[in-house]
Design a protein around this ligand. Sequence first.
Ligand SMILES: *Cc1c(COP(=O)(O)O)cnc(C)c1O
Length: 374
Amino acid sequence: MESKIWLSSPHMSGKEQSYVNNAFETNWIAPLGPHVNGFESDIQNYLKQDTQVAALSSGTSAIHLGLILLNVGLGDEVICQSKTFSASANPIAYQGATPIFVDSEKDTWNICPEQLEIAIKDRISKGKKPKAIISVHLYGMPYKVDEVHKIAKAYSIPVLEDSAEALGSTYKSIKCGTFGDISILSFNGNKIITTSGGGALVTKDIKIKEKAVFLATQARDKAVEYLHSSIGYNYRLSNVLAGIGRGQMEVLDDRVAARRANYEHYKNSFRNIEEIKFVDEPEGYYSNRWLSCILTPSEEIREGIRTSLDALNIETRPLWKPMHQQPVFKDAPKYLNGVSDDLFKKGLCLPSGSNLTDIELNRVTSAIKTYFRA
Ligand SMILES: *Cc1c(COP(=O)(O)O)cnc(C)c1O
């Protein structure tokens, strides 16, 4: 059996090790420490737009704190893009709030502005205005930022921008991760850069950042003894992991270029297979192509490709199963147009790591060509 080709595996550059060694040499092994602050400034300098960054233990914890900071609580409703990873929606439940799932549109596969407005109006008519909107740049493709934020503004609902998959993507030349009232990033092992596990909350308001850090470090009031007037969390990123992140930030642009090159490789290789479709970048959209995805004609063909690649030790995965189809969220209200269900049936994520070799990419493309006998 040939060696395993993973969907998206961590890709260290070698630069991480010296930051980690420095953490050991200076004994900054505890959470907090100079790499945490350094990593935050690295991200701020990268994102620009006067962002303030709080480095946290995961993207999920960043979404959770984001919802708390947007005052989401028991009994509230929060609109969430249905086509996403469960971590976008789970923190709504942590707060005792109800997710309201909204379908996707075909151009970017992200939250559909028309369905969004229908959902907002309907929730208001039923007596509750949604407390926040969670929109996601899926697979690195920016969502329709202007349209979504215009609607959010018209109804004065804050946007929590889930940019976990989109570090390095831009919309009209502005970096994703800077559009939300609160935005989040993830540095999980499968993301475009990784700290092994980690995340960040991004805001333009220094007070929000300070509150996020306060809540993430057990909500200790200013006092000599341990004094608490609110419920805290243990959500801060460790200094060792932030060291990995500092090394990864040095190579982020290379990682984006490599992932985009994977996408171009696939697109070029399958140009004569009319059954395979891609989602192109609309004008002004720039995707980091975190994962390269294809659309096939049917669920049967998608499964045919997936199982034949699996037999060759090549990992692929169907697109995210929409949240409104998940057993755990079966009772949540939903506003659907059929797009995310259709994408789920026909879509497949191909191996997309920035460390894939040409030989590995060719193994993937020739396996798919063989499937179609093209
Ligand atoms: C990975 C991911 C998250 C969660 O990030 P973690 O760091 O794994 O907690 C949230 N939303 C989306 C869309 C993701 O892909």
